[in-house]
Write a protein that binds this ligand. Structure first.
Ligand code: DX5
Ligand code: ZN
Length: 220
């Protein structure tokens, strides 16, 4: 049975205190950090890039950094993100022509990072089938990417159930968007084991208790 992992997203944190906010969440029990990288092209928003992540890594050694690459040219940033200390490079299947995907996967592995592929809400889950044996994580978006604080899309849970049923050997299914103390139950039941939660944990008065409760639910 795979351990459940909680990875807060810092998108809605006070980004002027990114290291402090990250440490606060890690001290409260977070297993990894989910870093939302947006380029204003793939999504209509702009956040942080490898220079900021490199500085964050200097302050936060060792912790697993999952870079969620909401960018138009995912192959463009692989070297920089690896050099910045990123551990998992999660790009979107919709951000590149299908024929490029194997090459991007190979480049991410050559840069010694784990490979995540993100699936937007409107994208059919079976686009992932041809790559499932070559990647480490499937990221199921439960909001339209671009902003934190949006409403959880419960109908995405059937994608997670389908993955669990079709690919029992698949280890990591990550869920991202609108995950809070209520919607975590659906995610746990469907079989997600890597939980991204942004605004719910940033705003929580008791992030340690909340993360512990989330972890128990997904570990059941
Ligand atoms: C949205 C990002 C998510 C988001 C999660 O495009 O990929 O990681 O920040 O934040 P909440 O949990 O507030 O939806
Ligand atoms: Zn994200």
């Amino acid at each position: 049975q795979l351990k459940g992992l909680i990875g807060p997203s810092i998108l809605n944190a006070d980004l002027s205190k990114l290291a402090d906010e990250s440490r606060r969440l890690l001290d409260a029990g977070a297993d990894y950090l989910h870093l939302d990288v947006m380029d204003g092209h793939f999504v209509p928003n702009l956040t942080i890039g490898h220079p900021v992540i490199k500085c964050l890594r200097k302050n936060i050694p060792k912790v697993y950094f999952d870079a969620h690459m909401m960018v138009a040219k995912p192959e463009q940033w692989i070297e920089e993100m690896a050099g910045a200390g990123v551990n998992q490079y999660t790009f979107h299947i919709e951000s590149t022509p299908t024929e490029n995907v194997p090459n991007i996967i190979r480049k991410i592995k050559e840069a010694d990072m784990k490979v995540g592929i993100g699936i937007k809400p409107k994208t059919d889950i079976n686009v992932i089938s041809e790559f499932i044996n070559d990647i480490d994580v499937v990221l199921i978006m439960t909001v339209e990417p671009g902003f934190g604080g949006q409403k959880f899309m419960g109908d995405m849970m059937e994608k997670i159930r389908w993955l669990r049923k079709t690919y029992p050997q698949l280890l990591h299914i990550e869920v991202d968007g609108g995950v809070n103390m209520k919607t975590i139950n659906d995610c746990a039941e469907a079989g997600a084991n890597m939980i991204v939660s942004g605004s719910a944990l940033i705003e929580s008065k008791q992030p340690n208790k909340d993360m512990e409760q989330m972890r128990q639910l997904i570990d059941e």
